[in-house]
Design a protein around this ligand. Sequence first.
Ligand code: ZN
Length: 340
Amino acid sequence: MHGYGGAEQLFYESCEPPKITEPDEVIVKLKAAGLNHIDIWNRMGATGIVMAMPHILGADGAGVVVETGAKVENVKVGDAVCLYPPTGCGQCDYCRSERDFMCIRLRVLGERLEGTYAQYVKLPTQNCFPIPAGYSYHEAAAFPLVFITLWRMLITNAALEPGETMLIIGIGGGVASAALQLAKQIGARVIVTSGSDDKLERAKNLGADHGVNHFRENFVTAVQTLTDNRGVDVVLDSVGGDVWRQSLASLARGGRLVTCGATAGGQPQDDIAAIVAKQLKIYGSTLGSRREFFQLISFLNATKIKPIIDSVFPLSDAANAQRYVEAAKQFGKVVLDIPD
Ligand SMILES: [Zn+2]
């Protein structure tokens, strides 16, 4: 990436490979990188994070360890690994209480650390984790950011329980499709919305109990009908904008709204009266702890859930892969295949 802006800022070119400078670092030869919306926000300069140019994007990746620093013990050369994206300063209050994903000097792959749209990436060895059983490199690069964020939102924060009803706004993207998989595995009843009948059909094939086409039907009304006017227990709204208020209106008393971003606008109109009267909780979340990442990998091993991959682009075509995600054409994750 040569500067902030559109996908035309992305170039496929050679650069110096990373070199180990600290004893706890490793170098991973990447086989695949996963795309996330955060890559696009970083490219646009919308996150406010200042990155030295040229910069390598990409928070998600999987590959093989090819070099280790002098003090590395948890992995060795030749190990297949997936990557936990964030790392902290090790010194602030959050880092010292094992919450380094909340570090005030947080560094995330593809942001303050060079990312995974590359053949090699350098990172702290404690960010290397074993790939879930039976996963391909593409799948191992597709799950970390989305699934760790969801794990924290749905399991730790919203504490979604079996038998509860969950509403997922805008089924299609990596977050929403993974949320559907997680919620069904937990035993929740799931309602999804989309403007595409095709996406609603695919969601039903993945276990969604009800689909609402929001172009034809007001989803708040539909939710009230489907829940005997009670509302849902949990809403996942990563769309925001005009949808936010409707998400609040869809919640039952004591309901929880979780969000990890707002693709349609981050300054929505709120409804404080509803938040107060219905005793609602709103959880904002991004990433999750290493402990949660461990739990997640164990869960994936136990349930055999795999991320849904919509399409694979070659690394050289990363700009078009981002354009494809920006057009919201996908159902599931978009992955970059990285050549040897
Ligand atoms: Zn810190």
